[in-house]
Design a protein around this ligand. Structure first.
Ligand SMILES: *Cc1c(COP(=O)(O)O)cnc(C)c1O
Length: 468
């Protein structure tokens, strides 16, 4: 038995994997990874895979990055962890100072959680609690966009809207208000992104007018709805939303867990709209993809509403055990150093342009409805019928065929349903981008051939992160 097969066997005897119908592994091999090296992942049989999705969007400077490794090692020699209530430490102070400095003006306080979903919970609770502290207990609902994704915990799911996934848990969810997304894939033929996003704002304006009295916050994924299929929209929507939230007395929460740290072409997506949200939630690339951590930045105004004598019971008593973990902070500090020292945002412009040119020919593919891009994220939407943008039935799992083909060719491309996308580490080379485009083209050709075995569909369920 190959080493890969041995590890797979031991794994399946004891593990339950995330976002997976485990029965899939009766026919789909698990891939045990032995080591990482830059953009590459290597399995136990020596095969290498180019990590085109940055290991679920976290890895920005490659696997086993020497600078991040060194910083974590140095931190390890001083302090691995200490609780953050009543105590503090050098890396968490330094990281907080730097996050305040590099984010838009007005975000002056940082609260930590230990994963993205928990960071969303922090922002939602803090927003409602702020209004409670301001004697407005009625402000307890949240407005969210259709096709949103904000994580897996119950409140985070409540503000999400990837239907086939959240529907299962509907009985558990908070009652949120959903407004149609400005998603530009759905724009009328011939209309530009800006005009469409601007038009879509009318529904948000109307909802705010109607519900502002009972709403604590609007939460959005700025510019890219990631798990919803890398759907994209114009920054004008965020500018309009900021202005309206101010006018109606409602908080604005930016979930930049996926898009923060350069993914959209600017360090943070909110910069492109020229705005400061009331809450900015960061995670994923925050630690360069090394360790789980989330940061929730907010304003001195929000902070001030909690600041009082203990007996008033206004404090935010939320806590996660690993809050502000020093090793995670060290990884984040090394990541920020690389952004600065290597002038990454500027350097990425050439890589974004290469992603566009390498995939330009796919626009003409008979089963590609759109090739869209925002900065370092590029998505290719496969459809059954190009003219009407009719989607493939999810049961056919066309994306899974792209996934399998890419693995054979040595690339990790994990489509979201029928959306093939590149979200590569920023240390990818132009030649490696060309390779990915080639593999994706081949995979799309294979996956969109007429005959598809539907036999696999019966025992599988759709999921937002599942390659089918
Ligand atoms: C990944 C993601 C989350 C959830 O983060 P986890 O660390 O997986 O809990 C929330 N929002 C967005 C936009 C994400 O992409």
């Amino acid at each position: 038995m190959s080493l890969n097969a041995q590890w797979m066997q031991r794994d399946l005897a004891v593990l339950w994997h995330p976002c997976t119908q485990m029965k899939d592994h009766e026919r789909l091999p698990l891939i045990p990874i032995k080591r990482g090296d830059g953009v590459w992942l290597e399995d136990f049989d020596g095969k290498r895979y180019l990590d085109a999705v940055s290991s679920w969007w976290v890895n920005v400077f490659g696997h086993r990055n020497p600078r991040i490794n060194q910083r974590i090692r140095d931190q390890l020699d001083n302090l691995e962890h200490v609780m953050l209530a009543g105590f503090t430490h050098e890396p968490v102070v330094e990281l907080s100072e730097r996050l305040v400095k590099i984010t838009p003006a007005g975000l002056d306080k940082v609260f930590y959680a230990d994963n993205g979903s928990s960071g969303i919970e922090v922002a939602l609770k803090m927003s409602h609690h702020y209004w409670l502290n301001c004697d407005q207990p009625g402000k307890k609902r949240f407005i969210t966009l259709t096709n949103s994704y904000h994580g897996e915990t119950v409140a985070a799911m409540s503000v999400g809207d990837v239907a086939l996934f959240t529907d299962t848990y509907k009985a558990l969810l908070l009652d949120t208000i959903k407004v149609p997304s400005p998603d530009c894939y759905l724009r009328p033929e011939g209309m530009g992104w800006e005009e469409h996003s601007r038009n879509m704002f009318a529904a948000m304006e109307q909802t705010l007018a109607e519900h502002a009295h009972e709403v604590a916050a609007v939460i959005v994924e700025p510019l890219i709805q990631g798990a919803g299929g890398m759907r994209m929209y114009h920054p004008v929507y965020l500018t309009l939303l900021r202005e309206a939230c101010d006018r109606y007395g409602v908080h604005l929460i930016h979930d930049e867990i996926a898009v923060g740290f350069g993914r959209t072409g600017s360090m943070f997506a909110c910069e492109q709209a020229g705005i400061t949200p009331d809450f900015l939630v960061l995670s994923k690339a925050l630690t360069g993809g090394y360790l789980p951590m989330a940061a929730v930045l907010t304003t001195n105004q929000v902070y001030g509403a909690f600041y009082d004598d203990y007996a008033t019971l206004r404090a935010f008593l939320h806590s996660h055990t690993y809050t502000g973990n020093p090793l995670a902070c060290a990884a984040a500090l090394a990541t920020l150093d690389i952004f600065e020292q290597d002038n990454v945002i500027e350097a990425n412009k050439a890589l974004s342009a290469r992603m566009a040119s390498a995939t330009a020919h796919l626009v003409d593919h008979p089963h590609v409805a759109e090739v869209r891009q925002t900065g370092m994220a590029l998505a290719i939407e496969m459809v059954q019928d190009k003219a009407s943008k009719t989607a493939y039935p999810w049961q056919q799992r066309r994306g899974l065929q792209v996934y399998q083909h890419a693995l054979e060719r040595g690339a990790l491309l994990r489509p979201l349903g029928s959306v093939v996308y590149f979200l590569p580490p920023y240390v990818i080379t132009p030649e490696q981008i060309d390779f990915l485009a080639e593999v994706a083209s081949e995979g799309i050709d294979i996956a969109t051939r007429e005959s598809v075995s539907v036999a696999v569909a019966s025992d599988l369920y759709p999921n937002h992160r599942d390659p089918g």
